[in-house]
Ligand binder design. Structure first.
Ligand code: NAD
Length: 466
């Protein structure tokens, strides 16, 4: 069994929990349950490590580059863990490894801003940025490594130390990452502990961390915010999305639809920032539904190890049951099945790529985040109405507008209430570009200099010269 990493050491636990392979539905691994005393040890180690770690930014940059190399060298083992615990097709699993390396390299090269506000004969006034101290990081199951590194890389450069907890559905790759970090970084700089949601609550409520960085559901984010509020910890919350896509009247259906569909069903539709409901003008509606259905029907669903597989299973049993229920409910409510329609009749959590037409706006598949390969296509007559409906949920992660006249599409895109709005693309995320949600989709941003500053607090340094 893979072990936790606390203070640079490999740590076992008296108890273990089961890890299910979503491609088979069977228990195929176990992971340690962190005890309360071990969590205290992890936070104490992180606090002790912080004193040295924060003192030398050049040493931090070098260590981050060494870590990028070590992660790359362990790429095959990390990808194998991801395949087992998430069911991702091998290329998608493997792609999380270079994401980790890239994020470390980009942040290792980033400057922590120091702004001079006044520099004259009477005073030097600067705004510096100090590390926050110990950071608690909590991650979901859809991109266990990539989303961990979105937190680890900026937190490390800023001079913080970390206790990281992955999702109980996907502990394996993160435990291995912890072991690699334990070998490369000074002891205690990053500690990895595993357990259930209760362990997440214990991280958020622990008195040591000064920040909680959380990626996960809206419900989890609200709980973390409440716990953090009790002793004024900082939070960054990257939560759910229900991204609206609007096709303009001049959209090129044949060119746009395969791109939108490919993005919507990336990682079996299990990413926060994917197209999740599509608004199409009357004149294009029938053509668009047919194009979405034909692209969806062509997707090869299968086990992650097969070379022909384009889409793997849903990653968890609860997610499989939720997507099945949302699709069935929409169909019972009058939605027309243009492609797919339900689960595949085989072991594991496989679901047919599904396109639903003529869906009612009030259906849960429109109003809630499906996080799976079921896409509702909605009809509109008036662009203002489409914008109002796109903005009508409490989600606000991303959105996109597709059209030939990019100025007109851009003007509509800026009316979407969301953290990132795209024109003729969707979910194009980069380490240097801030990413975050409005409304219930999040608080704060990750990535870019803005994401780095989220792991610091400003300190004014005012030197009197007279
Ligand atoms: P989840 O909220 O159930 O769990 C996420 C993590 O939080 C897990 O490690 C879990 O153990 C822990 N956790 C659960 N309840 C907690 C609590 N009360 N306090 C502290 N920790 C708690 O989410 P999930 O099902 O693992 O992930 C899917 C969700 O994550 C989707 O809604 C998706 O949109 C969202 N997500 C958002 C982003 C983003 O960047 N905005 C990225 C990926 C996923």
């Amino acid at each position: 069994m893979l072990t936790m990493t606390i203070n640079g050491a490999s740590v076992e636990s008296p108890a273990a929990f089961e890890v299910v392979n979503p491609a088979t539905g069977e228990v195929e691994a176990h992971a340690p349950v962190c005890t309360p005393a071990q969590l205290d040890d992890a936070f104490a180690a992180a606090a002790a490590a912080g004193r040295g770690w924060r003192s030398d930014v050049d040493a931090r940059r070098k260590a981050m580059l060494r870590l990028a190399e070590a992660i790359t060298a362990a790429g095959d083992a990390l990808a194998a863990d991801l395949i087992l615990e998430t069911g991702k097709p091998a290329p998608i699993a493997a792609s999380e490894v270079p994401i980790c390396a890239t994020w470390l390299q980009v942040y290792a090269d980033m400057e922590i801003p120091r702004v001079v506000l006044r520099d004259d004969a009477s005073a030097l006034i600067e705004v510096a940025h100090r590390p926050l101290g110990v950071v608690a990081a909590i991650t979901p199951w859809n991109f266990p490594l990539g989303l961990s590194m979105w937190k680890i890389a900026p937190a490390l450069l800023a001079g913080n130390t970390i206790v990281l907890k992955p999702s109980p559905f996907t502990p394996l790759a993160t435990l291995r990452l912890g072991q690699i970090m334990g070998e490369v970084l000074p002891p205690g700089v990053v500690n990895v502990v595993t357990g259930g949601d209760d362990l997440g609550r214990a991280l958020a409520a622990h008195p040591t961390p000064r920040k909680v960085t959380f990626t996960g559901s809206v419900a989890g984010g609200k709980s973390v915010a409440a716990a953090a509020g009790a002793d004024l910890k900082r939070v960054t919350l990257e939560l759910g999305g229900n991204d609206a896509v609007i096709l303009m009247g001049d959209a090129d259906v044949a060119a746009s639809v395969p791109k939108i569909l490919g993005t919507a069903f990336f990682n079996t539709g299990q990413a926060c920032a994917l197209p999740k409901r599509i608004y199409v003008p009357d004149a294009l509606y029938d053509d668009a539904v047919e194009a979405f259905a034909s692209a969806a029907s062509a997707i090869e669903v299968g086990p992650p190890g097969s070379a022909s597989t384009q889409m793997g299973p849903l990653s968890t049993r609860p997610q499989y049951e939720r997507v099945t229920a949302l699709a069935a409910e929409a169909i019972a409510g009058g939605a027309r099945v243009a492609a797919g329609g339900g689960p595949l009749d085989r072991p594991g959590f496989f679901f047919r790529p599904t396109i639903l037409a003529d869906v009612a706006d009030a259906a849960r598949i429109v109003d809630e985040e499906q996080f799976g390969p079921v896409l509702p296509i909605l009809r509109y007559s008036d662009i203002d109405d489409a914008v109002d409906r796109a903005n009508s949920t409490m989600f606000g992660l991303c959105g996109s507008v597709w059209g030939t006249d990019i100025d007109a599409a851009g003007a509509v895109a800026e009316r979407l209430e969301c953290g990132t709005t795209f024109v003729n693309t969707h979910a194009a995320l980069l380490p240097t570009v801030p990413f975050g949600g409005s409304k219930w989709s999040g608080v704060g941003v990750e990535n870019g200099v803005a994401g780095l500053l989220g792991f610091t607090e400003p300190q004014v340094v005012h030197t009197c010269r007279v």
